[in-house]
Design a protein around this ligand. Structure first.
Ligand SMILES: O=C(O)C(=O)C[C@]1(C(=O)O)C=C[C@@H](O)C=C1
Length: 391
C-alpha cells in the first residue's frame, strides 16, 4: 500500500506567509490551508490515532522581529497543555521552530490601475515591483548609504507618492500583524486619518479580496501581502511597491511547528545525529501562579535556574477564563470578576543543553523540572522542546 503523504495545516488561503513557512519547514508534507489559527489547532487536536486523514503537523506564527508577539496565536497556545480539565488542546505539542524572512508588497487591482495610470506608469510599475533597488524606497536612508543612494530613494518615494495619489487609495486590507511591520511607509504615505485599515484573516485573504473585486468595488483599495500572493493573482493584481516593511532584510517571523502527541507517542523528535550537531535545545512553558503571594513569580523563575534552564524570553497574557481559578474558591469578600479579569498566564522560553540523550531517543521532557514547578505554580505545562534553529 502506498504510504500516505503527511499533511501540514497552515493559515490560508494559499500564498500566505504561513504557507511559505510550511513549505520551507516541512517540504515533504502536503500543506493544507485552514481559515483561522483556531481552526488549525482544533483540526490538529482532532487528529488522533483514529483519524483517517489527519493533520500530522501545523505551523503557527508566534512573533515578529519588528512587531513583537502574535497575540492571537499565544492566546491559543495558552489553552494547550496536558491537563484535559483545563486545556482545550491537551494533545498539542511544539516540536520545532522556523524563522521566515517576511517582505511585504502593496497591491491594487490591475483594472483600477489601468483606469487611473498612464501606460508608461504601468510599465514602470511592473519593473519597479521587481526592482531590487526598491528595497529601501519606502524606508528612508539606511546607515552606510551615500547621498546618491538617498536621492534615488527620494525619487522613488516621490514616484510612489504620486502613484498612490493617482490611485486615490482610501482603504487598506491586510492581517493585523502587518500594520506594525510597515509602520514607516503607512504613516508617511497612507496615514490612518486618511486611509481606513481593514483587518483580514491573513495577508493572502487580503490579496484574494482585492483580486476578486469588481469594477464597482475596486476603486481606491489596496492589499498588503506577499509577493507569492502577487504571483497567484497576477492577472488581477499589480504590485505598486515591494519590500515596504520597516526593516527590509531584517523583518523575520518565527513560527512554531506543532503536532498531536497522541498520534506520535513513540516517534523520536529528532535523530541522535541531528541533536548532536546542534545541541542547544529550547523549551516552552506556560504557568499560572498565586498572584496574592508576594514573590511567587520570582520563586517560580528560580526553579528554572536551579535546573540550569536559561530563560531566553518571558511574557504574559491575560488568563483565559477557562483556566482561571474556580469561582467557588474565590473569597466571597473579593471583587470576584475583577480578580478573575486581572490574572495572567506566563510564557517562558528556555535554552538548555541538558537533554541531548532524551532528544536522541524518545521524548524531550525535563520531568524533574516539571515536577518541581508543580509545587510552586497553580498550573504548569511544558508545551514542547525542540532544537534551537538560531544556533
Ligand atoms: O497573514 C499571513 O500571511 C500569515 O501567515 C500570518 C502572519 C502572522 O500572523 O504573523 C505571518 C507572518 C507575517 O508576520 C504576517 C502575518
Amino acid at each position: 500500500m502506498e504510504a500516505r503523504k503527511r499533511r501540514t495545516a497552515y493559515l490560508g488561503p494559499e500564498a500566505s506567509f504561513s504557507h511559505q513557512a510550511a513549505v520551507e519547514a516541512l517540504p515533504h508534507t502536503e500543506a493544507v490551508p485552514l481559515p483561522s489559527f483556531k481552526a488549525i489547532l482544533k483540526a490538529l487536536e482532532e487528529s488522533g490515532p483514529d483519524r483517517e486523514t489527519p493533520y500530522d503537523y501545523a505551523i503557527l506564527p508566534v512573533e515578529n522581529s519588528t512587531n513583537g508577539s502574535v497575540v492571537q496565536a499565544l492566546d491559543l497556545l495558552a489553552q494547550c497543555g496536558l491537563d484535559p480539565d483545563t486545556s482545550s488542546y491537551p494533545d498539542i505539542e511544539v516540536v520545532d521552530e522556523h524563522y521566515l524572512e517576511v517582505h511585504h508588497c502593496l497591491f491594487v487591482s490591475r483594472a483600477w490601475a489601468t483606469e487611473k495610470l498612464t501606460e508608461d506608469e504601468i510599465l514602470s510599475l511592473l519593473r519597479y515591483g521587481n526592482d531590487d533597488d526598491s528595497k529601501t524606497a519606502a524606508n528612508g536612508p539606511q546607515s552606510g548609504e551615500t547621498r546618491d543612494d538617498r536621492s534615488v530613494q527620494a525619487a522613488k518615494m516621490g514616484r510612489l507618492e504620486h502613484t498612490l495619489k493617482e490611485l486615490r487609495i482610501k482603504t487598506l486590507f491586510t492581517h493585523p500583524q502587518v500594520w506594525g511591520q510597515c509602520n514607516n511607509i503607512l504613516s508617511a504615505l497612507l496615514p490612518p486619518g486618511h486611509v481606513e485599515r481593514v483587518d483580514m484573516s491573513s495577508t493572502s485573504a487580503a490579496a484574494a479580496y482585492v483580486a476578486g473585486t469588481s469594477s464597482e468595488s475596486h476603486a481606491g483599495i489596496a492589499a498588503i501581502s506577499s509577493s507569492l500572493a502577487g504571483v497567484k493573482h497576477s492577472k488581477e493584481l499589480i504590485c505598486i511597491a515591494s519590500n515596504i516593511e520597516d526593516e527590509p532584510g531584517a523583518n523575520t517571523t518565527r513560527l512554531l511547528v506543532l503536532r498531536n502527541r497522541s498520534r506520535n507517542e513513540n516517534t523520536p523528535l529528532l535523530s541522535a545525529e541531528a541533536a548532536r550537531e546542534n545541541p542547544r535545545v529550547k523549551s516552552l512553558w506556560t504557568f499560572t501562579i498565586a498572584h496574592h503571594i508576594p514573590g511567587s513569580l520570582a520563586t517560580t523563575l528560580a526553579v528554572f535556574a536551579k535546573h540550569d534552564f536559561n530563560l531566553s524570553a518571558i511574557q504574559s497574557r491575560p488568563r483565559p477564563r477557562s483556566r482561571s481559578a474556580d469561582p467557588q474558591t474565590v473569597s466571597p469578600t473579593s471583587h470576584r470578576n475583577q480578580d478573575r479579569n486581572w490574572q495572567y498566564v506566563f510564557f517562558v522560553e528556555c535554552l538548555h543543553s541538558t537533554m541531548l540523550e532524551d532528544l536522541g531517543s524518545v521524548k524531550a521532557e525535563p520531568l524533574n523540572l516539571l515536577q518541581d514547578l508543580k509545587s510552586v505554580t497553580e498550573q504548569v505545562s511544558l508545551l514542547g522542546s525542540w532544537i534551537d534553529r538560531l544556533s
